[in-house]
Design a protein around this ligand. Structure first.
Ligand code: ATP
Ligand code: LTN
Length: 334
């Protein structure tokens, strides 16, 4: 608890351009949570280097991501928005937790298997222990809740297991975090293959809508979205493409699935896709405008980066000191 509020932690990698899936599945929900929780949202640049990055590009993307957090509506006075690499306690706690996580556990992680298959030339140990660093992120702030998409639930489970194991040995050191799945937009699928999730690392640019896509591009991608030959707008298992577009439409304008299905009753896919595209444009336009405006204000963003790193460091150090003491590291002489 911080100031009588439960603590919330989440993060995003600065790899690739953010997609509509990242926004509807994560960012949009984050914005609504700051009144209820003390929130920490990290740009997890240390996780990013588990896959080879171009240094200048990574730096630029990390800054853009932090700026996008603000543009999407996260108030930097109320939410702690910071770079993971500015708080060295993440690495220090990750090392300690590495000694409490089992290889058998890490061997089961499906994200590792997927990424190892994708990057056969660079299956590094950081990729393997990625979930342990993620556990450190969460546990450092004694987070009660962690909003993540379904794809991250396995990592969160591991975090809970490691924390419980540690607490079992040393007493109540860590708060055991709970996952928090948003109601709508939990899984936005690819526009080109609705059986796969929309992902920022998809090679097919038509598969994802990017947060910075201009209105024409958004409309074009929606028009080209893969559907089916049934010709009716309904929310059924056999129509994954239409179902995904309905999810997007509803997540953008707050309508219920039933309302949306009724609205397009008897209408063609062409008209429906136009409406989906327009609802996306309406949601993204103010975010894009704010992003452009914020990007010109270097001093303002720098100030946020500095202040929030200090705040994050303060809380992270508190937990780290406690853990170091528990495992038997000698006290510092002041
Ligand atoms: P990558 O393709 O590089 O693995 P990604 O697009 O899957 O990236 P992440 O950085 O892994 O995105 O995820 C950031 C956040 O966005 C996470 O909370 C994740 O659950 C959520 N998220 C990612 N893709 C989707 C999606 N298609 N639908 C809903 N939420 C998503
Ligand atoms: N692995 C997550 C990003 C991430 C994260 C975290 C999410 C790193 N650390 C801590 C929640 C809590 C991802 O790829 N989406």
């Amino acid at each position: 608890m911080i100031d009588n509020k439960k603590v919330l932690f989440s993060g995003m990698q600065a790899t690739g351009e953010l997609t509509l899936g990242n926004y509807l599945g994560a960012l949009k929900n984050w914005v609504t949570l700051c009144d209820e929780y003390e929130c920490f949202y990290s740009v997890v640049d240390m996780h990013s280097i588990t896959v080879r990055q171009d240094p200048a590009e990574l730096r630029k993307r990390a800054r853009n991501l932090l700026t996008l957090y603000i543009a999407a509506g996260l108030d930097p006075e109320k939410n702690c928005l910071y770079y993971q690499s500015h708080v060295s306690a993440h690495a220090e706690l990750a090392w300690i937790l590495n000694c409490y996580a089992y290889m058998g556990e890490l061997n089961r992680m499906t994200q590792f298997k997927d990424k190892a298959a994708k990057h056969t030339e660079n299956i590094n140990t950081g990729l393997y222990t990625y979930p342990v660093l993620m556990a450190a992120d969460i546990l450092l702030y004694q987070a009660d809740v962690v909003p993540v998409g379904k794809d991250q639930m396995q990592h969160l489970e591991l975090c809970r297991d490691v924390a419980q194991r540690f607490n079992g040995i040393y007493g109540d050191v860590f708060t055991i975090p709970e996952g928090y799945l948003g109601k709508v937009g939990a899984k936005i699928m690819s526009l080109q293959d609705p059986e796969r999730k929309m992902s920022k690392s998809d090679e097919n640019a038509n598969a994802s809508i990017y947060l910075m896509d201009d209105p024409d591009t958004i409309m074009r991608k929606c028009k080209r979205a893969v559907t089916d030959s049934l010709g009716c707008v309904s929310y059924g298992e056999e129509q994954p493409g239409i179902r995904n577009l309905l999810d997007i439409y509803c997540a953008c304008n707050g309508k219920s699935t039933e309302e949306a299905v009724k609205e397009f009753d008897g209408k063609g896919y062409g008209e429906f896709k136009m409406a989906v595209g327009e609802s996306v444009v309406t949601v993204l336009k103010p975010i894009q405008e704010r992003f452009t405006q914020l990007s010109t204000d270097k001093a303002y963003i720098d100030q946020i980066i500095k202040n929030n790193a200090e705040k994050a460091n303060y809380y992270a150090q508190k937990t780290l000191r406690k853990v170091q003491k528990k495992v038997g590291f000698p006290e510092r002489i002041r």
